[in-house]
Ligand binder design. Structure first.
Ligand code: GLN
Length: 544
């Protein structure tokens, strides 16, 4: 069992998740099997009950875990499927400990943070290693060193060093090195202090990956090495780059792969040398694409892009494969309620109506859908975006005035989108939506089938509402095509319109399974349609 523990210093949001993913990518490219986990210090049991405005998107795993968005980075960089166990929160740990206490598993003992809570963390990490059969488990500790909340996690990794041994554990610390705007000087002092803070709790970092806006000079590296007692060869620099997908390449060039291999006493698991060649080609396509397509992103959280992270990445993967650059134009759905879509959407080449919850901004989303449908602008609706496309169709094509989803208007005369029947008895909000991957059967003669090229697909979900089956015959009669239904229960999963260059919407979230080298067929279809509609690519374009 080998562990790479990654802590953050000075400030949060310095891109630790990308660094963890990048180290993983490098080790994977050297032939090792890696698994990645994130420990989050908040007391929520999972990310599902948090506002995306504060915490970014909720990443849904194949098994229906509602997890931290960093798991999305791990899955995309490593091209693996994680499970809910890869996200360990304080809430989850305490829940497990308290459940055990109630069952009497600690009978006679005083249940405490040390040893019980910390033991639970260690056992969850060991279980991950066993279950995944990985050679190396990367573990990211959320938050910043010095926070009260993360102390039990840091104590757990300190103990794991003693129990698993030096050769099986590496402490990687990722501090920010700020640049003084007046002098342009890169400062190492805050990083030195965060190393001291780590040492105070018994952890001496083995590796430092300094985060900075530009490459740091040798004298800063020497200073960091001296004050943090980390050898020069174990200091690396992750500076700002155009695309997050370049980070594995810049760290690899600095020799982090061979350093880790040596430090973890890894025996080469395969004969081949590190192979990042396909990755390099992908990065080249991302950063050197010239022709631009403008995609209107209609949603409620347009000022915090992390709220739609997987969708943005899926668009990057799709666009790279046909060598175009996606220019995302963010349109707040509430603004569309006051200004005409003919004004706000006039410059976009394609429209995505993003997932969402609750009434606010929905009329704006509906206006955007009507505009895309009538003006024949390529359209993609995801989850709520699909449900609202059905509402728009019911109102403006079937003339069902006031049609709506009961989520937005519980007293609508035409509830064309309604609660899933199994949700009627659901009282608790945490982890109770229809979550995770389900099989979907596609209709052969359809756009979505042409994109996936097979009849049964499996995609991830996160919703409580569905297209009301009562209205289906009426909707279909007027031209709405239902081209994908769930294998179990026949729920509407995909809708399309004919006589339109591209009008497709899905109940599922195809973005969660998009990968740099294998983009999601749904997003690829959409981006291709957008590129074709503005003449940026021709009909005959081949992918990659
Ligand atoms: N609010 C809708 C539902 O719960 C859509 C959810 C979503 O877009 N993820 O069904």
């Amino acid at each position: 069992m080998k562990f790479v523990f990654v802590t953050g210093g000075v400030m949060s949001s310095v891109g630790k998740g990308i660094i963890v993913s990048s180290i993983g990518k490098i080790l994977q490219s050297m032939g090792y099997k890696v698994y990645a986990a994130k420990m989050d210090p908040y007391v929520n049991v999972d990310a599902g009950t948090m506002n995306p405005y504060q915490h970014g998107e909720v990443f849904v795993t194949e098994d229906g875990g509602e997890t931290d968005l960093d798991l999305g980075h791990y899955e995309r960089f490593l091209d693996i499927q994680l499970d809910r166990n890869a996200n360990i929160t304080t809430g989850l740990v305490y829940k497990r400990v308290i459940e055990k206490e109630r069952k009497g598993e600690y009978l006679g003992q005083t249940v405490q943070i040390i040893p019980h809570v910390v033991d639970e963390i260690k056992s969850l990490l060991r279980l991950n290693a066993q279950r995944s059969g990985c050679d190396i488990q990367l573990v990211e500790i959320g938050g910043t060193v010095g926070d009260i909340e993360s102390l039990p996690f840091l104590e757990a990794i300190r103990q794991l060093r003693i129990e698993e041994g030096y050769e099986n554990t590496v402490f990687v610390h990722v501090p920010l090195l700020p640049t003084l705007s007046v002098t342009g000087e890169i400062k190492t002092k805050p990083a030195q202090h965060s190393v001291q803070e780590l040492r105070r709790i018994g952890i001496q970092p083995d590796v430092i990956i300094a985060r900075s806006s530009r490459p740091i000079d040798e004298s800063s590296i020497q200073k960091l090495s001296l004050f943090s007692s980390v050898p020069r060869e174990a200091i690396f620099n992750s500076y700002d780059v155009q695309s997050i997908y370049q980070v594995p390449l810049i760290l690899y060039e600095q020799g982090i792969g061979s350093y880790m291999e040596k430090r973890l006493a890894l025996k080469k698991s395969s004969a081949y040398e590190s192979d990042l060649s396909e990755w390099r080609k992908f990065v080249d396509r991302v950063i050197n694409a010239e022709k631009e397509v403008k995609i209107g992103m209609v949603g409620k959280y347009t000022t915090l892009r992390d709220a739609y992270l997987s969708i943005i990445e899926a668009l990057i993967h799709a666009a790279a494969s046909i060598r175009v650059k996606p220019k995302l134009i963010w349109i707040n759905s509430e603004e569309l309620e006051h200004s005409s879509p003919y004004e706000l959407l006039k410059d976009v080449d394609g429209v995505i109506v993003l997932p969402g919850f609750g009434r606010r901004g929905t009329e704006g989303k509906i206006a955007a859908i009507q505009y895309a449908r009538e003006e024949k602008v390529p359209f993609l609706g995801i989850c709520f975006g699909m449900q609202l496309a059905v509402v728009e169709f019911a109102r403006n094509v079937l003339n069902l005035e006031g049609a709506n989803s009961t989520e937005n208007d519980p007293t609508t005369p035409y509830p064309v989108v309604d609660l899933l029947p199994e949700q009627l008895s659901v009282k608790e909000k945490g982890g109770t939506m229809r979550l995770g991957a389900y099989d979907i059967k596609l209709e052969k003669n359809s756009c979505v089938y042409s994109l996936y090229g097979r009849e049964i697909i499996r995609e991830r979900h996160r919703h409580r509402y569905e297209v009301n089956p009562k209205y289906l015959p009426h909707l279909i009669e007027y031209g709405l095509k239902v081209t994908g239904v769930s294998v179990e229960g026949g729920r509407v999963e995909v809708i399309e319109l004919r006589d339109h260059p591209f009008f497709l919407a899905t109940q599922f979230h195809p973005e969660f399974k998009s990968r740099p080298l294998t983009p999601s067929p749904t997003y690829l279809g959409f981006v291709k349609a957008v590129a074709k509609s503005v003449g940026v690519i021709s009909e005959s374009v081949t992918v990659m």
